[in-house]
Design a protein around this ligand. Sequence first.
Ligand code: BES
Ligand code: MN
Ligand code: MN
Length: 476
Amino acid sequence: MALDNALRWLTDHERHSIDRTIEWLRIPSISTDPAYQSDVRKAGEWATGQLRASGLDAELMETGEPEGTGHPIVVAKTPNAADASAGPHVLFYGHYDVQPTDPDELWESPAFEPVIKPAVENGPGERIVARGACDDKGQVMMFLEALRAWKETGDEPAGGVRFTVMLEGEEESGSVNLGRFLERHADRFKDCDICLISDTGMLGRGKPAITYGVRGLCYTEVTLHGPDQDLHSGLWGGRCPNPNTELVKVLSGLWDENRRVTVPGFYDAVREIEPGEREAWKKLGVDQIAALKAIGLPPEADVGEDGFTSVEREWARPTCEINGIVGGYTGAGAKTVIPTHATAKVSFRLVADQDPDAIRESFFAWLGDRTPAGCRWEFTDHGGGVPATVSTESPYLDAARRAIKSAAGVEPALIKSGGSIPVAGMLKQRLGLETIFMGFGLEDDRVHSPNEKFELDCFRLGTKSHAAMIDELRRM
Ligand code: BES
Ligand code: MN
Ligand code: MN
């Protein structure tokens, strides 16, 4: 059988699959930092080569306004992509850019010198440690290796399934050029039937999952300006506003005593959790107390919006977070000063059907209504993305279910995630396209943190699941 041959190829060539993954992980494709611009492109070129080796027509396409100012997007298609008689047309999406590595001193080995570490008893399994190992190069590689397996063991690229592949180079910096790119090149995507993404997690080791919703994001930066020069806090303290003090006073009003966000209208568009969902999520047996323990917190740290469980809060409720605050003297020792300004990076995680633009406007208006006497605001928009809740009733989701079941031996759970993947909402809004999130990360993979890792068992399960998914799609 064709699938058996592809699966055998994956087992026999695993060493090479991992070596290729490591080669890609060596390229420091940090999209947010201009110093790495050429490395980001290099990582895109590398993936283009991999797709070509699996028989796809692949190119690196420019983004940005003017074109070429953004990071490039890898676009590839199987030779039969335009042949509507050849079955479903699948859009595979992934991203090849990664988060910055700081704080570097906390890495056990350099972020871009991948190492394979042995399993730890009662700890993580054998794993690749490097920035991007899980998010998202390692997960994209599972799909690329499945493509390779089908190419090597059959006579058609991707086993004859019609694929368009899109690998973004700036997902980690807000996908700022993706919307315009999708508009400009809509003809390449509008014929797709479904989007497939491997950039999410599982419920736990040996507990594969399909994610049917991700939250949206609205990311802002707000600066409160006061005096036009730093001041001696003895001579001026008590005589004029201190931007640090005034900023935290205003921001502390963002939540009420039930930890609900106080910005007017914030919850207006929130889709309520369906009773069936509530029950289904309870049955998943997610252990919040154990999860807290793993990050060094006691049970009483299980806090959040009143009236919802931790799973409900992560998957289906919006939040507001202060990601960073700077202002005044932050060096060693003491310096008595009233600073000219203070800045906070404030973001909102959003759920269906909240609109990031509307939330940003009402947040800025809320701040405007609370401008501290004698001060002035400066607002910056850092983008984000719309939330995406996707249909759980589609033949493609059933196909993904069967594929994972055949690879893992157990039925995947249906879960949601609190993270954000901007492309999914864009595809749904612009092209009416649904997404299947078939991801293989673990909660302790340390994505975005030092010592990011991807366990080889997850990598194996992912490559097999993708190979089996290709087989399922061939039959549709
Ligand atoms: N892959 C993650 C999102 C994710 C992680 C979803 C785990 C589900 C489970 C993605 O790369 C990411 O980090 N997204 C950013 C979005 C952003 C920078 C616009 C996020 O969620 O903060
Ligand atoms: Mn990701
Ligand atoms: Mn990420």
